[in-house]
Write a protein that binds this ligand. Structure first.
Ligand code: SF4
Length: 153
């Protein structure tokens, strides 16, 4: 089961270049980033993120063209199943996944249009710092450089 924190759902412009993105925070994070910005996301909190829930969220936020999961959770089978369902229901919408791991398996690159990798490291900075250890991929292509003209946000 994949769970999200309903009250943290938001529409964002900065996370995925050129996309109006509906972002949900996923709990049960398996990461262990030093200086984690959201330690509560390591707990088993929130509600199940089902295709029906995503469908409702997308309809409530008309105009979004990307759906972003901020975190992988702890159930790979459910994560891939959710991605497959969303592809079928919203073929025009892109799917994005923020992982806190250094690398992710090919099946995740195939299931999501955008994949962000890399744990949070304060000394390296976020995606819009050229020193960042994190990477954003679009269909396997590293597009991290597209953030580097931006100022801190
Ligand atoms: S990926 Fe890292 S920073 Fe994000 S919630 Fe998990 S441990 Fe915290």
């Amino acid at each position: 089961m994949i769970k999200y924190v309903p009250e943290m759902t938001s529409v964002v412009l900065e996370e995925i270049p050129g996309r109006l993105t509906l972002a949900v925070e996923i709990s049960n994070c398996q990461g262990n980033c030093k200086g984690c910005h959201s330690p509560f996301l390591k707990k088993d909190i929130g509600e199940e993120l089902t295709p029906a829930v995503v469908s409702r969220l997308v309809k409530e936020n008309f105009g979004v063209n990307c759906f972003l999961l901020l975190g992988e959770g702890n159930d790979r089978t459910a994560l891939l199943s959710l991605a497959r369902c969303l592809r079928l229901e919203f073929p025009e919408m892109e799917l994005a996944l923020y992982s806190g791991r250094e690398e992710v398996e090919e099946e995740l690159h195939e299931a999501f249009d955008y994949v962000k990798t890399g744990p949070y490291r304060e000394e390296c900075g976020p995606l819009n710092h050229e020193t960042t250890n994190q990477r954003l991929y679009h269909h396997g292509e590293d597009i991290t450089h597209r953030f580097w003209h931006k100022k801190d946000c």
